[in-house]
Design a protein around this ligand. Structure first.
Ligand code: SAH
Length: 195
């Protein structure tokens, strides 16, 4: 047996991305927060790749910037202090994937949470940029205030995407108490199936 654990929604999102991402890829981190996903992506896209990392909170951008500098990965990342609903104002080229780790910045005094309406706009814009074969992962926090509504709104939109264009799946730890985080994966197909 390999030492492999599903653990939680964020961890599974990393397993998913690792299987798709290649050197030279262009990825978006729609919510950089403490920079963990940004760092993860920056390592995997390599020197020829590019990560666009968004956050509306200065604190998150600062923490992520420091983390990248410590790891000598700043060159691979463009940090954008803006709402991810404005993604198209900053990125207008085809992308290989995007990660959304929703909710609020852990440990911050400001509880600035992602909201259903702006998350939905960001997801729609990212879908427009996504290349065939590309992957979007979304981690939702239904246990936080507004988190269930956000999941419901985005999930109903995604549930209506054409199945010959996208594969949309949901991972939910059904035996865990207190509304654990949930993961939704979207993969864009090559006019039928991923080849
Ligand atoms: N919930 C995760 C961390 C999420 S961090 C965990 O527990 O680990 C989510 C980040 O999204 C925060 O840093 C917050 O500032 C940012 N954010 C909230 N709304 C946003 C928006 N509309 N656009 C971009 N970033 C946003």
């Amino acid at each position: 047996m390999n030492n492999f654990f599903l653990k939680n929604a964020v961890n599974i999102s990393h397993h998913m991305v690792k299987n798709v991402i290649a050197e030279g890829d262009i990825f978006i981190d729609a919510t950089c927060g403490k920079g963990n996903d940004t760092l993860f992506l920056a390592n995997l896209v390599g020197e020829s790749g590019q990560v666009y990392a968004f956050d509306i909170q200065d604190e998150a951008i600062r923490i992520t910037k420091e983390k990248l500098e410590q790891n000598n990965l700043s060159k691979r990342v463009i940090l954008i202090n803006d709402n991810h609903s404005n993604i198209d104002a900053h990125v207008n080229l085809p992308i290989d994937g995007a990660m959304f780790n929703l909710g609020f910045l852990p440990g911050s005094t400001v509880k600035l949470i992602t909201m259903a309406d702006t998350t939905l706009i960001a997801v729609q814009k990212v879908l427009h940029l996504l290349k065939a074969g590309g992957l979007i992962t979304l981690v939702f926090y239904p246990g936080h205030e507004g988190g269930q509504e956000e999941l419901d709104v985005v999930r109903s939109y995604l549930a209506n995407l054409a199945q010959n264009e996208y594969e949309v799946s949901q991972v939910n730890f059904i035996n865990q108490i207190n509304h654990p985080p949930q993961l939704i994966n979207i993969q864009k197909l090559y006019g039928g199936t991923v080849i």
